[in-house]
Write a protein that binds this ligand. Structure first.
Ligand code: NAP
Length: 296
């Protein structure tokens, strides 16, 4: 039998994910801090909750997709948060990318009320959220993963239970180390192509299908060529993830050189007031070192 679902956080990612749950006919109650973002979901068949606590009181499974660690703390532990309204036996599934350590602390507070939690961060960009093709990496109890699976399958394609509580967040940081290395290389390559006088579209066509191909190159390369800086993922949120990687690497005593390079490049763009642009705008930080502009 289908469980009653709740969704908290209808941003770039949450909106597409919640719409995909509705498309499968699930009963869904939604809440977003900026209330106007709820309208499209209500038009698609969702009901609107008054607060995270209200959504939780009406749901068997509550999905969350907000920005950062303090934001998950706010919607779960804060005033009128999930913890206030949630029923014993319910399940909270957090899709936000946040600290693995704080994830465990939040889960412990929910557990004390008889509520289970899975950390289930996502990858695949706004395209993956809209198309229901996200990668979802999950930490937590296997039985709860099985319980959530029919709903996760409405939102994602590659769904992997990687380990115990917090392991999903750690796997997401692995994902971010890989993504950012490709992003730095993509920026460097596009600048080099421009300086070489190459046709950018033809160059992308030539290299995307070979060993150099990647999601970042296929999805963000064409945007860079057109100087389209609209975000699939903002620089500000990207920095949040790189900070999480750097903190975790420091605790583990591991090197994180590419992550650190990207973090410093993005910082120069944030200083210029460009934190709201897409993370592919990393190419601008490289352009600022030389007198070359890609796609101009
Ligand atoms: P976004 O478009 O900026 O949306 C953020 C959402 O969080 C909005 O609904 C926002 O509400 C809500 N929010 C933020 N702080 C809040 C608070 N203190 N209380 C209540 N609600 C709060 O971001 P996004 O791109 O969807 O990212 C959401 C999460 O998914 C992040 O953890 C991000 O790292 C992760 N993620 C993103 C991508 C991507 O490509 N975009 C890919 C993988 C993972 P308002 O509408 O009121 O601002």
């Amino acid at each position: 039998m289908s469980e009653k679902l709740g969704f908290i956080g209808l941003g770039i990612m949450g909106k597409g994910m919640a719409l995909n749950l509705l498309k499968k006919g699930h009963d869904l109650c939604v809440w977003n801090r900026t209330s106007s973002k709820v309208d499209e979901l209500v038009a698609a068949g969702a009901t609107a909750g008054n607060s995270p606590a209200d959504v939780a009181s009406k749901s068997d499974i509550v999905f969350i997709c907000v920005s950062d660690t303090p934001d998950v703390e706010a919607v779960v532990l804060g005033e009128s948060g999930v913890l206030e309204g949630v029923k014993s036996g319910a399940l909270v599934v957090d899709h936000s990318t946040i600290s693995p350590q704080v994830t465990k602390e939040i889960a412990a507070k929910l557990n004390a009320k008889g509520v289970e939690m899975l950390d289930a961060p996502i990858s695949g960009g706004n395209e993956g959220a809209a198309n229901g093709t996200l990668s979802i990496m999950i930490g937590g109890d296997a039985a709860q993963v099985g319980r959530a699976m029919p709903y996760l399958e409405a939102m994602g394609k590659t769904i992997t239970h990687v380990g115990a509580q917090g392991a999903g967040q750690s796997a997401k940081l692995v994902n971010q180390i890989l993504v950012i290395g490709t992003m730095v290389s993509m920026g460097e390559a596009m600048l080099f192509a421009e300086a070489s006088g190459l046709d950018l579209e033809k160059t992308l066509e030539a290299v995307s299908g070979g060993a150099a191909g990647s999601w970042t190159l296929s999805n963000r390369g064409p945007q860079v060529a057109k100087r389209d800086w609209r975000p699939g993922f903002t620089i500000d949120l990207q920095q949040k993830d790189l900070r999480l990687v750097l903190e975790a690497a420091d605790q583990l005593g591991m090197p994180a050189m590419t992550t650190s390079l990207a973090f410093n490049l993005y910082r120069t763009l944030q200083t210029l007031g460009l934190g709201h642009e897409g993370n592919h705008a990393i190419v601008k930080a490289l352009e600022n070192m030389v007198d070359v502009r890609v796609g101009e």
